[in-house]
Design a protein around this ligand. Structure first.
Ligand SMILES: [Zn+2]
Ligand SMILES: [Zn+2]
Ligand SMILES: [Zn+2]
Ligand SMILES: [Zn+2]
Ligand SMILES: [Zn+2]
Length: 172
């Protein structure tokens, strides 16, 4: 094997053959490095999926079969309604399948943006944190500000060090 070819193989740049099925009725394909002295084999599985088909007695349930190896796959394909709040005073959203009883999903609020809170609702707790109540579900929310809001004394009174009245941080 030539020097540069050998370097190619050591850094993973092999001279690959085409992918070939390893056996009849199997979807495993393999390719080989064509260079002398390199035994690298690369294996991949590619199924020849037929179309998804609905299962008649189970609404929303679909299956597909591989035309080559017979492998089965399945999925639910629900006909979802829009997301809606589960109740006027809840921030939990729900949606239901319009076609079957099995399709039910729930989404809990995971951040403040999913609650109903206005910028003016936030009240300062300390230099870093604010709190507010969600207008819809009434839960207390907290927010850590990206920028600290310190309370510097109105007058320095001749001091050279100025510290926040709340947290004692030194003004720089
Ligand atoms: Zn190789
Ligand atoms: Zn297959
Ligand atoms: Zn459904
Ligand atoms: Zn809320
Ligand atoms: Zn402070």
């Amino acid at each position: 094997m030539g020097f540069w070819a050998k370097v190619g193989c050591t850094v993973g740049l092999h001279d690959w053959s085409d992918f070939k099925y390893r056996a009849e009725g199997s979807c495993e394909q393999a390719r080989f490095c064509k260079r002398d002295g390199c035994t690298k084999v690369d294996v991949t599985t590619t199924h020849a999926w037929n179309e998804w088909v609905a299962v008649s007695h189970k609404p929303c349930f679909e299956t597909q079969t591989c035309a080559r190896c017979g492998k089965n796959d399945h999925r639910f394909n629900h006909l979802w309604s829009e997301w809606q709040y589960e109740a006027p005073q809840s921030c939990v959203q729900v949606r239901h399948c319009r076609r079957c009883d099995e399709g039910n999903e729930q989404q809990l609020p995971v951040n403040n943006a999913q609650h109903d809170v206005m910028p003016d609702d936030w009240k300062r707790v300390d230099c870093h944190n604010s709190t507010a109540y969600c207008r819809r579900c009434k839960l207390p929310l907290t927010m850590r500000g990206l920028i600290a809001i310190h309370r510097w004394p109105a007058s320095q009174g001749g001091r050279t060090e100025v510290r926040c009245a709340d947290c004692g941080e030194l003004r720089t």
